[in-house]
Design a binder for this molecule. Sequence first.
Ligand code: F6R
Length: 611
Amino acid sequence: MCGIVAYIGERKAYPILIKGLQRLEYRGYDSAGVALVNGSINSYKRMGKVKDLEEFVGDSSTDGTIGIGHTRWATHGEPNDTNAHPHTSMNGKFTLVHNGIIENYAHLKKELVNRGYDFKSETDTEVLVNFIENIYLEQKVDAELAVRVALSKVVGAYGLVISCADEKDKLIAARKGSPLVIGVGQNEYFLGSDASPIIEYTDQVIYMNDEDVAILTKEDLVLKNIQNDAQKPKIQKVELTIDEIDKGDYEHYMLKEIYEQPTSIMDTIRGRITMDKSKIFLGGINDEMQKLTTAKRIIIVACGTSWHAGMVGEYLFEEFARVPVEVEYASEFRYRNPVINSDDVLIAISQSGETADTLAAIKMAKEQGATIIGICNVVGSSIPRETHAGVYTHAGVEIGVASTKAFTSQVTALMMMAFTIGQKRGSLYDELYKQLINELTLVPEKIKTILEKTADIKDIASLYKDANNALYLGRGYLFPVALEGALKLKEISYIHAEGYPAAEMKHGPIALIDENMPVFVVATKDKSYEKIVSNIQEVKARNGKVIAVVTEGDTTIKKMADHVIEVPDCHEAIAPLLTVIPLQIISYHIAVLRGCDVDQPRNLAKSVTVE
Ligand code: F6R
């Protein structure tokens, strides 16, 4: 959460900061701000989005070749101009942008108040900037030492960039828990919460490690840790391209990402299935294959949509690999003293690779001896760096806050893992193994046929755009799809939606059903088909409106449902990849028709780096 960008070099900093903030806006959009070093340090900050900041800056002077910028997802203090970053210390010595949370800020604030400091904002960041200044002034040390001393006393997470009024030719950056990337140019450096604000200028980057401190001038970079030990900067080539982060002709990133799924799933599969479709090879987990095939238990941890992918994973691993699986919300798992054994394998699923709770869950399980496998999308992010092995999903950059293509790529990766482990454990016989591989490779083409139905799906969306509530039902592999469909609807259209296993409906939710209740039923042909047909009848008997996702050619459900959306036939284990697509499209169109900000829904952020 929160996006940071900074520049030091010979170009004008302001346009670089603004463009960078626009690229990072997916991380938070409660307020935006910049500080420009030009003789003095001038800050501009505004509640709202980056475009509001630009309007506010207007014709004011934006000169300066050094600057820092921030886009905020509020933690401490409501979104307003005062709480916006950058924050400047009381005596004007330091200006700072921060992503993360300073947990002991209340204690530090009390100490600073006793020393005569007063505060304008409600933020933990303003406490930090004053804490640094207080050390600087009282201990009469240079800016770098003041920062390092302060950070050694801080409890919490931070990615920070700091400018000091007495040392205007440099920027100091530090990271613990929140990501920070340095872009290396010719006589210039860039900083970003990820590489997206940097790639236009350089493909050479350094991913900062926890407790790294970087001191940057335009000519030089010194990397050390908080204890002052020199660190060797590891410069890497970043693979991201501008095209990948461009919206192209699409109205929203979410729509672009929905349409990218034939390609993104192909990219997840690419190079991992042999040409003759007889074998899966997952290079990233090959070294840990022994652990995976002998594991007594698999624990899957994740949050949100990634957790729904994990639930599909549970069904897959139990069916094909015959290993007991537990799927855990990372936030619950890490705080409930779980039993973890050294023959457990923990699979962490995360699009961003930065989700704070998932990261903390991994660290805890690792300390207790479990083998940690990651399924992540963002290469080089924090989670893959903490795992023993992993599978990158290679879905490409996902910018829309509501996850779509990341989900289908995560499920694809889980399928490949489950089929591989099942085959190696001897619980998945060869013929079915090959059939499943073949079916998986057919998914991208099948998704294309579903995408061709977008206009019809939009018509259905227009009938239900004014609903206040919605119910999503599914069974077996399709229950997690129902959960995901409900999450997609609620997060972008603000319609209250619940996902349920269809048979659970009669244990409570059925009381909600009346003629105003749209019930989305995911009901493709599988072993519980007859059962879900009965569930549809139960809804219809109470005058609920049924929108069913069915297998092509289904005539039974067509007769009873108000609307059907057909998807191509496939093995039931593959069905989540197809059935989720119409639900994504329906949510997208309902949200657009309601006038919602689809790519940046209220209160959300793409990368949840606070717990
Ligand atoms: C929903 C959504 C979130 C994320 C969750 C985990 O559309 O995007 O629920 O799935 O915040 O994020 P990652 O996968 O980055 O760990």
